[in-house]
Write a protein that binds this ligand. Structure first.
Ligand code: M6R
Length: 621
């Protein structure tokens, strides 16, 4: 939630600080788009200049074009997902204090803001907005008047705040300096040549440098053009952790597609292939060096709990079927925000697997902390380097999906399933549930999936045409069984968040226990049909379910495997996917559902990359 960018450049004022801030905001806008704003340090021009506007970044750009800002030496920029105070111009960041000489931007929620506001008001401060951020700006101004040093003032401010925050500040007295602080909210440093950067994530600065520094919790960072200094909140010097960003800026562009989501759907074969890459030895045997948890501990694990939210949780649901089947160890999947508050039974023999694209989802981060406090080992499956969840886990398995910018997750889902399958196979091998050659066969099946995913994408036009013809739908149901069940839930989530249509995913077998009452004439129902070659007669059971709903008037839209002639007779529309082993089918079956939701939202004239009320990275609980 909220995108933050900071830049410190040469002492000669220029247009670059503004350009870097606006470019960073453009790349971070997926984190929130209720308002946008910048502040520039403009030596010789009155100290600090700022502009802010409610709505999307385009409004700010228009505002600056109409009222140009002066050249500068440093900048901060903010794109907002509103928490305290609605999305108005007044509540937009930056917030100013110290007679307009200090500007502050913030991501997170300051929980003690009411107390602090009362304290500052009693001290004579006046407030122009309803935000908690303006309170931090006034507090920072007071600390600055006392300390005469922006870094020390930031540390003192941070010590007074409760809740979650990343703060960036510039002051007219420190023309080439940006100071930041973080507590339970993301902030990374970009190390340039003769210039340095700050960002909520590396997308903010990857166009300028791929060298980065990860900050730990509760640190203050001060950047100038030539220096990066890190301290703890008590002022003790500290070190960040250097890393190199492995994708380039082009990966975070649309690459000729009409939307990031469309591009990211097309990225999926590569995302799966890259997640598999480098994870086997010369003999093709699975090697997961990143799993830095002692083998004896992993052998002793008697329960796995997956914690995640949204799409990542559905990836966890899919993984449950595979891991239990391969490893014969019970797997629970828990929404991260429920896990921590229900007194879960967790101990040293529990392996908690946290799945998160952003690595910053606060609910998941809190679940990770809770699990570790209870003595469990935590392995995270994360896409974003330099983020909080891997840093707080015992081990991390990175997905290599590249940047996912569209708010609706697509390639993250496929790469999370892939990584979780690798983990499952690794555990099966380690615990002796599978011989290496059996693991090898399953790995080969996985390695064949990018090709099959590409085939599904190539068949997308029929899905798009169907979606366009259904733009007036107001309720769509999704059914699946076994691994098809989480796919159905993911299909429904895509449609809800992109097209604002009421959509529900059900276990097909559950239908007759209630939901079938929802079916009336013409009701669209997607059905994910298992492979006719799979086990347990699941295929025929789902075909029966299709007949039951069709008999009640449903319009059936069926995802079926190539050559499944039996289902043909019961489908109003069929979206064919290549033949694959049952456990691999989710990687294929979800793709038409993604394309359908995107196309239907497009047909309704909606913004598929930035759906209303949402933000990509949910960094508040
Ligand atoms: O970054 P994370 O994977 O932790 O995010 C979890 C969910 O917020 C995310 O998957 C969300 O549900 C997506 N918008 C769904 O498309």
């Amino acid at each position: 939630m909220c995108g933050i960018v900071g830049y410190a450049g040469p002492s000669e004022a220029s247009g670059r600080p503004l350009d870097v801030a606006l470019d960073g905001l453009r790349r971070l806008e997926y984190r929130g788009y209720d308002s946008a704003g910048v502040a520039l340090v403009t030596p010789g021009q009155g100290g600090v200049a700022s502009a802010k506007k409610s709505g999307k970044l385009a409004n700010l750009v228009e505002e600056i074009a109409a009222h140009p800002l002066p050249d500068a030496t440093a900048s901060i920029g903010h794109t907002r997902w509103a928490t305290h105070g609605g999305p108005s111009d007044a509540n937009a960041h930056p917030h100013l204090a110290d007679d307009g000489r200090l500007a502050v931007i913030h991501n997170g929620i300051v929980e003690n803001f009411a107390t602090l506001r009362a304290e500052l008001a009693a001290d004579g401060a006046t407030f122009l907005s309803e935000t908690d951020t303006e309170v931090t700006a006034q507090l920072l101004a007071r600390e600055y008047r006392a300390a005469g040093d922006l870094t020390a003032a930031m540390a003192a401010t941070a010590r007074r705040l409760t809740g979650t925050f990343t703060l960036l500040a510039v002051h007219a007295d420190a023309p080439g300096t940006v100071v930041g602080a973080r507590h339970d909210s993301p902030l990374v440093v970009g190390i340039g040549e003769g210039e340095n950067f700050l960002g909520s994530d590396v997308a903010a600065f990857v166009a300028h440098t791929s060298e980065a520094l990860e900050l730990a919790q509760d640190q203050v960072v001060t950047i100038t053009a030539t220096s990066v200094d890190v301290t703890d909140f008590d002022g003790t010097p500290a070190e960040g952790k250097r890393f190199t960003v492995t994708w380039d800026a082009a990966a975070a562009e649309k690459g000729g597609f009409g939307s990031f989501m469309d591009k990211e759907i097309h990225d999926q074969p590569q995302a799966v292939a890259d997640t598999l890459l480098g994870r086997s030895d010369a003999q093709g045997r699975l090697v997961l060096d990143e799993v830095r948890i002692e083998e004896s501990v992993l052998r002793a694990v008697d329960k796995i709990i997956v914690v995640a939210c949204g799409t990542a949780a559905y990836a966890g649901h899919v993984a449950k079927y595979a891991i239990e089947h391969w490893c014969r160890v019970p797997v629970e999947v828990e929404l991260a925000h429920e896990f921590r508050y229900r007194d879960p039974i967790v101990d040293e023999r529990t392996l908690v697997v946290a799945i998160s694209q952003s690595g910053e989802t606060m609910d998941t981060l809190m679940a990770v902390r809770h699990a570790r406090e209870q003595g469990a080992k935590v392995l995270s499956i994360v896409n974003t380097h330099g983020s909080s969840i891997p840093r707080e886990s015992d081990a991390v398995l990175y997905t290599h999906a590249g940047p996912e910018i569209a708010v609706a997750s697509t390639k993250a889902f496929l790469s999370q399933i892939t990584a979780a399958y690798l983990l499952g196979l690794y555990l099966a091998q380690l615990r002796g549930n599978k011989f290496p050659d059996e693991v090898g066969v399953l790995l080969d099946e996985l390695r064949d999936m990018p090709r099959k995913v590409r085939t599904v994408i190539e068949r997308g036009e029929y899905v798009r045409a169907t979606a366009r013809s259904m733009a007036e739908s107001d309720k769509v149901l999704f059914l699946g069984r076994h691994v098809g069940y989480p796919v159905a839930m993911e299909g429904a989530l895509k449609l809800k968040e992109l097209a604002y249509i009421h959509a529900e995913g059900f276990a097909a077998g559950e239908l007759k226990h209630g939901p079938i009452a929802l079916i009336d004439s013409g009701q669209p129902v997607f059905v994910v049909v298992p492979s006719p070659h799979g086990r347990d007669q699941l295929h025929s059971k789902v075909v029966s379910n299709i007949q039951e709903i069709r008999a009640r008037g449903a319009r059936t839209l069926v995802i079926a495997e190539d050559g499944d002639d039996e289902v043909r007779a019961y489908a109003d529309e069929i979206f064919w996917v290549p033949r694959a082993p049952s456990l691999m089918q989710p990687l294929l079956a979800v793709v038409p559902l993604q394309i359908f939701a995107m196309a239907l939202a497009g047909a309704k004239g909606l913004d598929v990359d930035q759906p209303r009320n949402l933000a990509k990275s949910v960094t508040v609980e």
